[in-house]
Write a protein that binds this ligand. Structure first.
Ligand code: NAD
Length: 502
């Protein structure tokens, strides 16, 4: 039986109305329509955003273009930009409770987790501020007496930033401060389901002193606003996080004007477990990896690849621990798994579970939606006897659904891990150094966790192999991603003529 926390009715909640940030002003959409966000854990309308149009996107791109081309942001010193980012970080920290509340109520994630994400986001803003002062190129004084080479790093220009709903504030914080640190100006489009905290971030950046037009925030749907942000010739780069399907479309749209594209996409991340692993630690990490953010996480450890000798025992232990996970009211501080983002998404998750059943998988736990009176919830679910060719083993379910597969040899484990189109992250559990390093080197994924899962730090690059993405966020090169490289090839002294030696 799942432990549930009944959501409290939000009878006196006052819907928050938001406008969009264009050229330093808070504006309504020129189309005059709005989008309403119904809280997935409580079933009431909590936020109302402007339904931006293609024209609104164009206005925002024009403002970002002016702010870049007149130099008001790229011509500042790195130290000046860094100080503004540090000030923004302080203001984010000061409003962290408000931001976490918005993320929890709009996305359905547990409030305790939303607060932890805000802590992580503040750290990223501070890290980006440090990098802003250290952005530099290279010089070559080794090219002979007549040549000096200097390689400059210049801000790439106007960047479109498009984000998903599963980590609303954290993901915009993995992009925007680095783009700003590099000297870029931006148009940001948050998910139409969770735009609130990004719009509050706009207030914070204006208060911090970021000049008008440097950060513009347009709300609305992807096909209307997002596609314009990917195609418009005034944009130099698109930084996108979302599904692999929309990522592919965004890359095709950006190809029309050959923009630089950075993509953080889906995952189907394996945890490979050997019999010599510390199974107590692994069982805890398996439950965390599967149900964190209700499994609506690109990094979810949704694919366990267990050694056959331990598979039954480990699956039983994971099922036992999973029964203790608290599912329910996102605003209750003890909740561990919150609501599912929309009723349609809940149906999609349930469809994967019934499809797996029809293909021969067993249900070791859960498998059904939970009726808690308000909102939409899914029980922690474990599917056993999953085969590598089943859809549930290859596709991103994006719900609290764990698929258990088995292996006999290390080669087989690697083959199964690498057999799908995704390559975002993976975990390996063994006390044997050789085993961990062999898996670490041969599994094709951007992050490999060894005897841990879903850890991270602002210093460590993050991103995907294969169809999980293109490029890396975080880490010391994150700012460089938002730059162009320019070569200054300088001649010293008399130059040799092309047609006639001197
Ligand atoms: P999504 O692809 O549906 O939407 C992402 C964003 O793209 C939203 O802002 C949306 O409005 C916009 N969009 C939709 N259609 C568009 C179009 N035609 N042109 C431009 N923009 C468009 O994704 P989602 O459902 O919001 O988020 C879940 C997905 O995000 C999952 O696949 C998850 O794995 C992925 N994700 C990846 C990472 C990562 O770092 N790799 C992190 C979080 C989420």
């Amino acid at each position: 039986m799942t432990v549930t926390v009944q959501p409290r009715a939000l009878t006196d909640y006052k819907t928050r109305d938001f406008r969009m940030l264009v050229d330093g002003s808070w504006v309504e959409s020129e189309g005059g329509s709005t989008l309403e966000r119904v809280a997935p854990g409580h079933g009431v309308t909590v936020s109302r955003y402007q339904a931006g149009t293609r024209r609104d996107a164009e206005r925002a791109i024009a403002a970002a273009r002016r702010a870049f081309d007149d130099g008001r942001w790229p011509n500042m010193t790195g130290a000046e930009r860094s100080n503004l980012l540090l000030k923004a970080a302080d203001l984010i920290a000061a409003r962290a409770d408000e931001l976490a509340y918005l993320d929890a109520i709009e996305s359905g994630k547990p409030i305790s987790q939303a607060k932890a994400e805000l802590g992580g986001a503040v750290d990223i803003w501070r890290y980006a501020a440090a990098l802003a002062r250290d952005l530099h190129g290279e010089s070559y004084n080794t090219l002979g007496q007549g040549t000096l080479g200097v390689v400059l790093r210049e801000a790439i220009g106007v960047v479109s930033i498009i984000t998903p709903w599963n980590f609303p504030f954290l993901i915009v914080s993995q992009k925007l401060p680095f783009a700003l640190a590099a000297g870029c100006t931006t148009v940001v489009k948050p998910s139409e389901l969770t735009s609130g905290s990004t719009l509050v971030l706009g207030e914070i950046l204006l208060e911090a002193g970021v000049p008008a037009g440097v950060v513009n925030i347009v709300t609305g749907t992807g096909p209307e606003v997002g596609s314009m942000m990917a195609t418009h010739p005034g944009v130099d780069m698109v930084s996108f996080t979302g599904s692999t399907g929309v990522g592919r479309l965004t890359m095709a749209n950006a190809a029309q004007t050959l923009k630089k594209v950075s993509l953080e996409l889906g995952g189907k991340n394996p945890q490979i477990v050997f019999p010599d692993a510390n199974l107590d630690e692994f069982v805890d990490a398996a439950v965390f990896g599967a149900y964190f953010n209700a499994g609506e996480c690109c990094n979810a450890g949704s694919r366990l690849i267990l050694h056959r000798d331990i598979a039954d025992e480990v699956t039983a232990r994971i099922a036992e621990l999973s029964k203790k996970v608290k599912v329910g009211d996102p605003l209750d501080p003890t909740t561990q798994v919150g609501a599912i983002i929309t009723p349609q998404h809940l149906e999609k998750i349930a469809g994967y579970v019934s499809g797996a059943r029809e293909s021969g998988a067993g249900i070791a736990l859960g498998g059904e939606a939970l009726d808690l009176g308000l909102g939409q919830f899914m029980a922690p679910t474990i599917l056993s006897g999953v085969k590598p060719d089943m859809a549930v083993a290859r596709e991103e379910v994006f719900g609290p659904v764990l698929s258990v597969l088995t292996f006999e040899t290390t080669e087989e484990a690697i083959r199964i891990a690498n057999s799908i189109d995704y390559g975002l992250s993976a975990g390996v559990w063994s006390r044997d150094f050789d085993t961990c390093l062999t898996i670490g080197r041969r599994v094709r994924a951007g992050t490999i966790w060894m005897n841990t899962f879903m850890d991270g730090a602002s210093e460590l690059p993050f991103g995907g192999y294969k169809q999980s993405g293109l490029g890396r966020e975080l880490g010391r090169h994150a700012v460089e991603d938002y730059t162009e490289t320019k070569t200054l090839n300088m001649h010293i002294g008399a130059r040799t003529n092309w047609w006639m030696p001197r």
